[in-house]
Structure formats: C-alpha cells, structure tokens
Design a protein. Structure first.
Length: 164
C-alpha cells in the first residue's frame, strides 16, 4: 500500500480537531495567494497518490447530484430521468439531492467509476483543493481529510508552511 495512504489511515482521526482549528484560522488569510499555494500543494500531493488506491470518497460520501447531472447520467445509462431519480437519488438531511447509497452504486471492484465520463459535478470537483477554490471551500476540508488521504496531506503540508 502507498505509504502516504497508510499514514493517513493511522492519523486521520487524531488530527481532525487540529485541522478544524487550522482552517478556522485560515479564514482571515483567504486570498488568491492561499489558493495558489493550495493548488501547488494539491498538484504535488496528487502526483504521489492515485485515487484508485483508495476510493474513500466513493465508498463513504454520497455526492450531490444536480438536475443537469441526473439528466446526463440517465441518458448515459439509457434510462429515463424519472427512473434514474427513483433508483439512485434521495434527499439528505440538508435537503440536498444525493446518490442514495454508500458505497456509490457506480463504484466498481477495482475502484473505478462506471459512469466516470458523466459523473456528477460534485465528483469532478472533489476534493475542492484545486482550481484556485481552496479558500472558498474551507468548511469542507477538515471533514474531507477523514475520507481523502490527499486532503489530509495537503492540510499537513499547509500547517507546516503557513503561519496562522
């Protein structure tokens, strides 16, 4: 197993509180410079971690699915939009429309996605640490570090390099 994923597995729960504190302090540092640093860190970490070794997101977090996503996926699956919604979607406690089960029904045994080409926007954007949007998603990162070794390592790198 990838040593970065092993480290994450051992430490992810014990650093949750420190990640939350760090991210709350980062709110006053929101800037394009922070987003650029996060983007660089994201690229460095993802050069060492292959999502297919983990699939923590797909096996743990039901993604939000918007109307455009559901219509596109239904078309891809060759079923009606209504049938797709009935079979695969539900409203969660926040009243967001999400995939109705975890692990995701489209996650395959080899950790690939059977609808990868048409996956929901939430899946394409996950883990929200790149595209210069890190600072606009600060509220997600501590929780996402519990499910994604890359987010864990991005935050650990940032804690070492950004004085708060």
């Amino acid at each position: 197993m990838n040593p970065l994923i092993e480290e994450w597995n051992k430490k992810k729960n014990s650093v949750f509180s420190s990640n939350k504190k760090f991210l709350s302090k980062l709110t006053k540092h929101k800037s394009k410079a922070l987003d650029r640093f996060a983007e660089e860190t994201h690229d460095t970490v993802f050069a060492k971690i292959n999502c297919l070794e983990c699939a923590g997101c797909c096996s743990s977090i039901p993604p939000m699915v918007n109307k455009t996503d559901s219509a596109r996926i239904a078309r891809y699956l060759g079923i009606s939009h209504t049938d797709f919604e009935k079979k695969y979607l539900k409203n969660d406690e926040d009243n967001d429309t999400v995939i109705n089960q975890t692990p995701c029904p489209f996650l395959q045994n080899d950790n690939t996605c059977s609808i990868y080409e048409v996956r929901p926007k939430a899946c394409r954007d996950y883990p929200h640490t790149n595209h210069l949007t890190f600072s606009s998603n600060l509220s997600y990162h501590a929780v996402n570090a519990l499910y994604c070794p890359a987010v864990y390592h991005i935050l650990e790198n940032m804690k070492k390099n950004i004085p708060v």
